[in-house]
Design a protein around this ligand. Structure first.
Ligand code: 13P
Ligand code: SF4
Length: 331
């Protein structure tokens, strides 16, 4: 198929959607016809989560990719998630609806700079958060997600010297709960850093019975007022099983869709960011994934995710190590 220059320039297929079609039904029809699996992260829009074959956190998405027998994986999420899938499934076609959907954490850790840092500390074990590019994973010993970081760090000997990158907030939180003193790279997620402690405390005054759910990519002061700190999947699980009926949620607001769906009788209040009058906090990268781009991506089988084979060969080791430790620990 000829790639149009406008697609390449834009990073997604910009063909008009045929008039009058039922987008959702057409996407499902093409997925079946092409033996494609549609995977979605909790931060993409609710309508995409609803039509996906599988919705999950970063850990579950990687675990699912590792065992899929589909020919095509459509990753409705950000680019590093597509790269992880491609590294795990080199013979499959991996698609992302928009190549511009990157991640501020992945961008805060340029592989060459990180490698210099790693080389300057030759006796350190290198842990990288999954929110990194394939090239950064290639200079890593073990990958973690927010769903298994604590357990993976604790599985290493107590006196092991560790570099943790790129999220300094997640790394600082893991240091605080494990008593380790990992060396931290100074990256951050621009969405999670924006939550306002003052606004969360004001919401808590208005809703004194509400429990505060916080993703560990948030800054320390926000994490410290949490009733539950965890990955998106862990926060969802807590919301389902806990007795509370009101929750203040300090993570990307896409997760509220599944929370509300699973707990229709409970109230979920998005925690607001510090820099606007907006009530909720969205990841502009995740929200680049739209139904129209998903439709075109399946129809034209582009954008494909490519990973340099030499980088993939090195990056698969720390990803597999994460999956093996997680399986051993029942995560
Ligand atoms: P989890 O899905 O692991 O909670 O991570 C959140 C995130 O920021 C994904 O980009
Ligand atoms: Fe990256 Fe933050 Fe967006 Fe997650 S929410 S994809 S960490 S920028």
């Amino acid at each position: 198929m000829m790639l149009k220059s406008s697609w390449k320039e834009k990073g997604f297929v910009d063909e008009p959607i045929p008039e009058g079609i039922d987008l959702k039904a057409e996407i499902r029809r093409m997925a079946k016809e092409k033996n494609a699996v549609i995977m979605a992260h909790y931060y993409v829009s609710g309508e995409i989560q609803d039509l996906a074959d599988f919705v999950g956190d970063s850990l579950a998405l990687a675990q699912q990719a590792a065992k899929t027998d589909a020919d095509i994986i459509v990753m409705c999420g950000v680019h590093f998630m597509g790269e992880t899938n491609k590294i795990l499934c080199p013979d499959k076609t991996v698609l992302v609806p928009d190549l511009n959907a990157t991640c501020s954490l992945a961008e805060s850790c340029e592989a060459g700079e990180f490698e210099k840092f790693v080389k300057a500390h030759p006796d350190y074990t290198v842990i990288s958060y999954v929110n990194t590019t394939a090239a950064t994973k290639a200079v890593t010993d073990v990958v973690v997600t927010s769903g298994n970081a604590r357990q993976i760090v604790e599985s290493l000997p107590k006196d092991e010297k560790i570099i943790f990158g790129p999220d300094q907030n997640l790394g600082g939180y893991i240091n605080s709960i494990t008593g380790r003193s990992m060396l931290l790279w100074n990256g951050a997620c621009h969405v999670h850093e924006k939550f306002s402690l003052e606004k969360i405390l004001a919401l808590k005054q208005e809703h004194p019975q509400a429990k505060i759910l916080v993703h560990p990519e948030c800054k320390g002061p926000v994490v410290r007022v949490a009733d539950k700190v965890g990955s998106t999947a862990a926060l969802l699980k807590f919301a389902i099983s806990d007795d509370a009926t009101e929750f203040i949620v300090a993570t990307e607001s896409g997760i509220l869709h599944e929370m509300q769906k699973r707990c229709p009788e409970k109230t979920f209040i998005p925690a607001p960011p510090n820099d606007s009058t907006c009530a909720c906090n969205e990841c502009n990268y995740m929200k680049l994934v739209t139904m129209e781009k998903l439709y075109n991506c399946l129809r034209y089988e582009w954008p494909v995710v490519e990973v340099d084979p030499e980088i993939a060969e090195r990056a698969i080791r720390p990803i597999n190590r994460m999956l093996e430790i997680s399986a051993r620990l029942g995560l």
